[in-house]
Ligand binder design. Structure first.
Ligand code: NDP
Length: 325
């Protein structure tokens, strides 16, 4: 069978994750990597050719779908509509409040080009969104809870690293275990994110600076002040050994009642060693779906909710019928 030819746009953590994920999917071929940096400065492990972002339009006949791996803050709002004007695309846009605007912009471009553009897939938004909606569909009377972590927050780690005297630092967001247990009982639906999570920091710094650094972290407005925050000072060796993975994960819980006397709980949880590699694995499945939908004449922007499972799997329909049992 002919493989689906995939291009990667943007080669950061997520882009490298997509490169690995494609190698685990025999029906997909990585056909090229596009970057805004000097293509010669990148040396992909897979030896895939690297091209300049501006050359992309020359590859319209060579790429079946592009996986966009730029950042959500400033890259994807520009890149997704632009590239959907010529290619099927998938992105992981995760700026929750701006998703409707992003959808509208990408949809306009993809309707005009006749391509399929799957937006905002990954794990949150993405798999978590699917599980929140599934819970609400099955249990219309109930509450939905999302907990994030234990996971590394890039933004909070950066904030700690900016404090004077901090040599290295990471910040993990951790669900508060008792609150998580209560959610499984349907309790605590009105709690804020700060009441559901605590923050744990691991910092490398000279002893003379430690008391001040701890104080500065714990009183940092918005980032840490409203949270139960723990600061652990550790050696550089321990930091390098235990705190360089991009761990993440979380739990989606739907707790509801099917009748006055019967309570039901639905739970979906993720425990990830590598946030970007896992997110990339989701993007790659949606790339397959984008291409197939477009082959059938589909066009326009789609979300995770709009894509049937059968389009995500490389299995034949006969096989998935067997898998139902
Ligand atoms: P990075 O910062 O690693 O990469 C973003 C872009 O920056 C790259 O595409 C690359 O573009 C450029 N870049 C990367 N490294 C360098 C460098 N050394 N020097 C200069 N430029 C560089 O971000 P991530 O890959 O970690 O994350 C991308 C996005 O993925 C996030 O913004 C987030 O929105 C999303 N995400 C979504 C999730 C979900 O569940 N939906 C989960 C996790 C992430 P170029 O090659 O063109 O220079």
């Amino acid at each position: 069978a002919n493989n689906i030819r995939v291009g990667i746009v943007g080669y950061g953590n997520l882009g490298r994750g997509v490169e690995i994920a494609i190698s685990k999917n025999p029906d997909l071929t990585l056909a090229g990597i596009f970057t805004r940096r000097d293509p010669k400065s990148l040396t992909p492990a897979s030896k895939t050719p690297v091209y300049a972002y501006d050359e992309m339009s020359n590859f319209k006949d060579d790429m079946d779908v592009m996986i966009l791996c730029g950042g959500s803050a400033t890259d994807l709002p520009v890149m997704s509509p632009e590239i959907a004007g010529s290619f099927n695309i998938v992105d992981s846009f995760d700026n929750h409040s701006k998703i409707p605007d992003h959808f509208a912009a990408v949809n306009k471009a993809a309707e005009e080009s006749g391509k399929v553009a799957v937006i905002s897939v990954g794990w949150d938004p993405g798999l978590f969104s699917l599980n929140r909606l599934l819970g609400e569909i099955v249990l219309p009377q109930g509450d939905t809870f999302t907990f994030w972590g234990e996971g590394l927050s890039q933004g909070h780690s950066d904030a700690v690293r900016r404090i004077e005297g901090v040599k290295k630092a990471v910040q993990y967001t951790v669900p508060i275990e008792e609150v998580l247990q209560e959610a499984r009982e349907g309790k605590g639906a009105d709690l804020t994110s700060a009441q559901r999570h605590k923050r744990v920091c691991y910092v490398v710094a000279d002893e003379k600076d430690q008391a001040r650094i701890e104080q500065e972290i714990k009183t940092m407005p918005d980032y840490f002040a409203p949270y139960d925050t723990t600061v652990n000072f550790i050696s550089e060796e321990e930091f390098n050994k235990n705190h360089t993975k991009m761990k993440h994960g979380g739990v989606v819980i739907r707790s509801g009642k099917t009748s006055e006397e019967h309570k039901e709980t639905v739970e979906f949880s993720l425990n990830l060693d590598s946030n970007p590699e896992f997110t990339a694995s989701v993007l790659v499945a949606y790339a397959r779906a984008a291409f197939r939908l477009n082959q059938e004449g589909g066009k326009g922007a789609k979300t995770a909710f709009d894509i049937p499972f059968a389009y995500l799997t490389p299995k034949s329909h006969a096989q998935i019928l067997k898998d139902l049992l």
